[in-house]
Design a protein around this ligand. Structure first.
Ligand SMILES: *[C@@H]1O[C@H](CO)[C@@H](O)[C@H](O)[C@H]1NC(C)=O
Ligand SMILES: *[C@@H]1O[C@H](CO)[C@@H](O)[C@H](O)[C@H]1NC(C)=O
Length: 496
C-alpha cells in the first residue's frame, strides 16, 4: 500500500513538473505517445504488466515508439532483429550514466567514478574477471561444499520420512547462506555464521523496497528501510570481515582495492560489500525457486534431468544411495544439457529486466535496410526482453514450460527466428552487451549445483490442491520476478 501511494505521489509530482514542457515529435523520430506515463493510472498499469502494455503499444504504433515515463523520454525497440544495432552502439548509448547514479544511492556508498577515487572504477571492473573462466573453479568448488553442508545439517534427516516445507523459503535459506559463505567466507572457529536467519530477514525487507529505491525515491521516505539498510551494511564492517576466513578471491581483491582509498570510510567499504550480497542473491534466489518449482511440477522434466545427472555421475542402478560427498567439475556442469535447458526455460518465463542506455549525444541510430531513427541527447533507449521471451513467433506456446526447449540433437539449441531471420539475442535474462551481469556464469553454476544436489539427494513433491503460482510483477523491469505466493511441498532422502 505504501508503495502504491508513494508511486502515485511521485508520478503526480513529475506530471506537474513536466506536463507543461512536453515536446513535439520531430522528423526522423519514432512515434511519440503523448500523455502516457504522466497519468497516474497508466503508471500503475505499466508497473502491473509492462509486457502487456508494451505489446499493445507495439500493435498500435509499430516496433519502435517513444513514451515518457517519470519525466524521461524512453524509446522502446521491440523487434529483437534490431537489438544488435542498439547493443553495438556503445559509444553513443551508455549504461553507466544510469548505474553510476542509481546504485550508490540504492546501496549507500559514494559514487565510484569520482575524482575522489581515481582508478577505482577500473579496478572494480577488473575484479569481475575473478568470476569468470578458470577463476570460477575455486568458487564453484566451495559453493558445492557449502551447499552439501547445509543440505546435510538442516534437511537430510536420517529416517527417510517425508518433511513438508515452503518451497521459496527452502530455496532462499539454502542459497542465501551457501552463497554468503562462498563469497565472504566463514567465521574462524565455526563452520557457520551466527545470525544468518536475521540477516536474511532484513535482506528480504530491504529487497522489498528495492524497486522504490531504484526509482530514486529518497530512502528517508521509506519508513524503516534506512535503519534496515544500516544494519545490513554494519554486518560487513572491516573489523568483522577480517575475522572471517576463506573468502573468495573476488571479495579479497575488492577489499584490497578499497584499502587503497583513504577517502573511502569503513561504512563505505561495507556498503560496497553489501551491494555485492544483493547482486549475488537478489536474482539468484527467485531464479532458483522457479527452476525448482517447474521441475517439481513437471515429473517428466524432473526424471529427464535426474537421469542425466545419474549418467554423468555414473550412478545408474545405484543401490547404496548417492555418495555422501558429490563433486561436479566445471566440465561436468557444462555437460548437463537438460539441466541447463531447464534453467534457461525457467529464466525465460520468470525474468523481466529492462535494458536501458542513455544517449550521450544527438545521433542517428541506424537500424537495418536503410531504416534509422533520430535520438536526442539524454533520451533513453530501452529493450524489454520479456517481450522476446514471450513472443509466440520465436517460442511456440510461450506460456508453456518445456524443459528441453533449448536442446536439439544432443546439444544446446541456439537457432531461434523472427521474420525468418536468425536471432542473435533471444534469451536475455542477464542484460546485454557491456551491461551484462558479470556474475552470470557463477549464478548459473550455483543453480545447477543446487538443483543437482536436490535431485540427487532428495525426492521432492509439490503438495496437491494448490493453485499454479503466478509471477509477482512488482519488480517488472528489474530482474527475476518473485512468486506471488508460497508453495507447500514435501521432501525426503531419495529412495532407490
Ligand atoms: C582470472 O583472474 C585474473 C586476475 O584478475 C585475470 O587476470 C584473468 O584474466 C582471469 N581469467 C579469466 C578467464 O577471466
Ligand atoms: C568433498 O570432496 C572434495 C573434493 O574431493 C574435498 O575437497 C572436500 O574436502 C570433501 N568434503 C568432505 C566434507 O568430505
Amino acid at each position: 500500500m505504501i508503495a502504491v501511494a508513494l508511486t502515485s505521489l511521485i508520478a503526480f509530482l513529475l506530471y506537474l513538473l513536466t506536463e507543461w514542457r512536453g515536446r513535439k515529435r520531430q522528423e526522423g523520430e519514432p512515434p511519440l505517445i503523448k500523455g502516457w506515463i504522466p497519468y497516474i493510472g497508466k503508471a500503475l498499469e505499466f508497473g502491473r504488466d509492462a509486457h502487456k502494455f508494451l505489446t499493445s503499444y507495439k500493435e498500435k504504433y509499430g516496433d519502435i515508439f517513444t513514451v515518457r515515463i517519470a519525466g524521461k523520454y524512453m524509446t522502446f525497440i521491440m523487434d529483437p532483429v534490431l537489438y544488435p544495432n542498439v547493443i553495438k552502439h556503445g559509444r553513443q548509448l551508455d549504461f553507466h550514466e544510469f548505474s553510476d547514479q542509481v546504485a550508490p544511492v540504492t546501496f549507500g556508498y559514494p559514487p565510484i567514478r569520482s575524482a575522489k577515487f581515481p582508478g577505482m572504477d577500473e579496478e572494480i571492473q577488473k575484479s569481475y574477471r575473478l568470476l569468470q573462466g578458470e577463476n570460477l573453479s575455486s568458487l564453484t568448488e566451495n559453493m558445492m561444499g557449502n551447499l552439501q553442508l547445509l543440505f546435510r545439517q538442516d534437511y537430510l534427516g536420517e529416517e527417510g520420512e517425508w518433511r513438508t516445507g515452503d518451497m521459496y523459503r527452502f530455496c532462499n535459506q539454502v542459497m542465501f547462506e551457501a552463497t554468503f559463505m562462498t563469497m565472504y567466507g566463514k567465521p574462524t572457529h565455526s563452520t557457520r555464521h551466527a545470525g544468518m536467519a536475521a540477516l536474511r530477514e532484513k535482506f528480504e525487507k530491504f529487497d522489498a523496497m528495492f524497486p522504490l529505491l531504484i526509482a530514486q525515491i529518497p530512502i528517508s521516505l521509506l519508513g524503516a528501510t534506512k535503519a534496515i539498510r544500516d544494519d545490513l551494511i554494519h554486518f560487513f564492517l572491516p573489523e568483522k570481515m577480517s575475522a572471517w576466513c576463506g573468502s573468495s578471491r573476488f571479495i579479497q581483491r575488492r577489499t584490497e582495492v578499497f584499502e587503497q582509498y583513504d577517502l573511502l570510510g569503513d561504512l563505505d567499504k561495507a556498503a560496497h560489500h553489501f551491494a555485492i550480497l544483493w547482486a549475488s542473491v537478489g536474482n539468484t534466489v527467485p531464479a532458483t525457486f522457479w527452476a525448482t518449482y517447474y521441475l517439481a511440477t513437471h515429473p517428466d522434466a524432473l526424471a529427464a534431468v535426474r537421469g542425466e545427472l545419474d549418467r554423468v555421475l555414473q550412478l545408474e542402478g545405484w543401490e547404496s544411495g548417492p555418495p555422501p560427498n558429490i563433486t561436479l567439475t566445471l566440465e561436468q556442469l557444462d555437460s548437463l544439457l537438460y539441466l541447463g535447458s531447464a534453467i534457461s526455460e525457467s529464466l525465460r518465463l520468470s525474468s523481466a529486466s529492462m535494458n536501458i542506455r542513455v544517449a550521450q549525444e544527438d545521433f542517428t541510430l541506424r537500424l537495418e535496410r536503410g531504416r534509422s531513427i533520430t535520438v536526442r541527447k539524454g533520451d533513453v533507449i530501452a529493450l524489454y526482453p520479456q517481450s522476446v521471451h514471450m513472443d509466440p513467433d520465436i517460442f511456440q506456446d510461450p506460456e508453456v514450460y518445456k524443459f528441453d526447449r533449448f536442446v536439439e540433437d544432443g546439444r544446446e539449441k541456439t537457432d531461434f527466428y523472427k521474420h525468418g531471420q536468425k536471432l542473435k539475442y533471444y534469451r536475455m535474462p542477464f542484460g546485454s552487451g557491456s551491461t551484462k551481469c558479470p556474475g552470470r556464469y557463477f549464478a548459473v553454476n550455483e543453480m545447477k549445483q543446487f538443483l543437482s544436489l536436490l535431485l540427487l539427494y532428495f525426492d521432492v513433491e509439490v503438495l496437491e490442491g494448490q493453485k499454479k503460482v503466478a509471477l509477482d510483477s512488482s519488480r517488472a523491469g528489474l530482474g527475476v520476478l518473485l512468486p506471488a505466493s508460497e508453495v507447500r511441498f514435501r521432501y525426503r532422502p531419495r529412495q532407490p
